[in-house]
Write a protein that binds this ligand. Structure first.
Ligand SMILES: Nc1ncnc2c1ncn2[C@@H]1O[C@H](COP(=O)(O)OP(=O)(O)OP(=O)(O)O)[C@@H](O)[C@H]1O
Ligand SMILES: [Mg+2]
Length: 501
């Protein structure tokens, strides 16, 4: 559902807790306040530890206005928040710190680089973390490889954007060293891209795209993406988790005519879930393309505000997360002399990890042809395809890389009503059956009920503003129309009246 930001923003947050090699995770949304502390016969905090260095009232997590905070409860040892100690005094509550995905909280007596066997560790994520958390012991192994290829890896993450062999940890001189195996998507260590082999320190955080690993207690704690979490397994893809959350206060560009700045869009807050097909509507120049490029991260400069992708700041982590986002431009980017299959094979080679085998690439191509209903055309030269078929191949170029979020700028331009409907059926299938999030800028609303949500932009005093976000049925109620085409005229006449936020 597209909702205004922070009405339900706090519900998906999760906390992963580590104590003596044992991992637990908590869905924080179940309650607004969680106490943490040492368990005693008389005292049972919501998140409890056995460690003697944790105080009985160590601290608390609480949600306020859709944002999660942590404050130290006046503990003996204080709490490290991303390696900065927060402590206001014994039995004095600290000032709350706002939490965002990737924040690490520790109770530790030692410096962060040393293992304190009594230390406890907590990892916050604003969105549910996919997969199941596991512990993989490294002790006794000289080399451990993480990657997609089950035959060549010890820890397997079967995701298209993960390289066959992606990262390696070797044991040397009693320590563990991490290196990237020349992967396409890269390896990140504590938020920074890994450039050379690096010695791992206790509680280091390793990321391969959106797969998380924590080096702790002589092993790796990680979210096993080959195993869908109970939530992912049972759920209707249309009731998916929040994929994108945007709180854009303003997007400005340098004014090409003068020396000042030009504001293109203002105050857009949105929440978009996996499994949804979303139409981005509005008159010409209302800021649709600008908004879409802010949401997919291709236009990051001049944006005041935040866009998060599954709870992680998309702009700060763009290089790591960009492999999950596909942008399909309005103009087809196809080599018309190639056959459909050849085009998709080239696109796959360009976008997918370099060590993907021919068979694996072919599997991706076949899957894409099937999803786009293009099997019968696989050998046809692109120039001989209809406009609608070409549009589908254009989408396939991104889809072949298994993107999670697909952004399409006017994919229906130039298509007749029948081809348009077929294209929207394909997009609907991608969202509803494959759990993708599909965001498309469209002008013609004759098939609008095929979309789950609409986002409407309106130009007010030369600035793009949000006029509506919700389902087509809610849109009709809000604007009191039976046909949404009438909305264009309505908002054109009195644009100010419809501004949201
Ligand atoms: N780099 C830029 N510098 C100055 N103005 C810009 C720039 N990019 C976009 N604009 C202006 O911002 C406004 C919004 O542009 P945008 O392309 O987002 O509109 P749109 O809703 O996608 O329109 P259309 O339906 O015509 O594609 C327009 O008035 C456009 O001229
Ligand atoms: Mg546009």
């Amino acid at each position: 559902m597209v909702t205004t930001l922070f009405q339900s923003g706090a519900d998906g947050a999760c906390l992963v807790v580590l104590e003596r090699g044992a991992v637990r995770s908590y869905a924080l949304g179940a309650q607004a306040l969680w106490t943490i502390g040492r368990r005693t016969p008389e005292h049972a905090p919501d998140i409890s530890f056995d460690s003697p260095i944790v105080s009985r009232e160590q601290g608390e997590f609480f949600a306020s206005g859709g944002q999660w905070f942590y404050c130290d409860g006046g503990s003996r040892n204080g709490t490290f928040y991303n390696d900065v100690k927060i402590w206001a005094g014994y039995r004095v509550k600290s000032k709350p710190v706002p939490l965002s995905s990737g924040d690490v909280l520790r109770v530790d007596r030692r410096d962060a680089s040393l293992a304190d066997p009594r230390g406890v560790w907590m990892y916050f994520s604003a969105a549910p973390i996919r997969g199941v958390w596991r512990y993989y012991p490294l002790a006794g192994r000289t080399s451990t490889v993480i990657g997609r290829d089950a035959a060549r890896c010890d820890i397997v993450q079967p995701l298209a954007y993960i390289s066959g062999q992606h990262a390696r940890i070797v044991a040397r001189d009693g320590q563990f060293w991490l290196s990237d195996c020349g992967s396409k998507a890269g390896t990140w260590l504590n938020g920074r891209p890994l450039r050379k082999e690096t010695c791992l320190g206790e509680k280091d955080h390793i990321c391969l795209c959106d797969c998380h690993f924590i080096f702790a207690d002589g092993g790796l704690i990680y979210n096993d993406r080959g195993q869908p979490s109970p939530r992912e397994q049972g759920g209707d893809p249309r009731q998916g988790d929040v994929m994108l959350r945007a709180d854009i206060r303003s997007k400005k560009v340098r004014d090409l005519n003068g020396h000042g700045e030009k504001e293109l869009i203002r105050d857009v807050t949105l929440e978009i879930r996996s499994g949804e097909l979303i139409a981005l509507l509005g008159g010409s120049g209302a800021g649709k393309s600008t908004l879409m490029n802010c949401l997919n991260g291709t236009e990051r400069s001049g944006v005041e505000g935040t866009v998060s992708f599954r709870g992680e700041d998309l702009y700060k982590n763009y290089d790591r997360l960009k492999c999950l986002v596909g942008n399909v431009p309005q103009q087809n980017v196809l080599n018309e002399t190639l056959s459909v299959e050849q085009e998709l094979r080239y696109a796959a080679k360009l976008r997918l990890p370099g060590d993907m085998s021919r068979d694996d690439i072919q599997r991706q191509v076949d899957k894409t042809l099937e999803v786009l209903d293009l099997q019968a055309k696989r050998k046809s030269p692109i120039r001989k395809l209809s406009g609608g078929e070409q549009k589908r191949v254009n989408i396939g170029v991104e889809l072949v890389a298994d993107r999670e979020l697909l952004c399409l700028d006017e994919p229906d331009a130039g298509l007749d009503p029948h081809a348009k409907k077929e294209l929207f059926t394909t997009l609907q299938h991608l969202a509803h059956e494959r759990g993708k999030c599909v965001l498309a800028i469209i002008h013609d609303v004759s098939e609008i009920d095929m979309f789950d949500q609409i986002v409407m932009m309106v130009k007010v005093h030369e600035v793009g503003r949000l006029a509506f976000a919700g389902s087509p049925a809610e849109g009709r109620r809000r604007f009191q129309v039976t046909n949404l085409t009438e909305v264009y005229d309505l908002v054109q006449k009195e644009p100010e009246k419809y501004i949201v936020g």
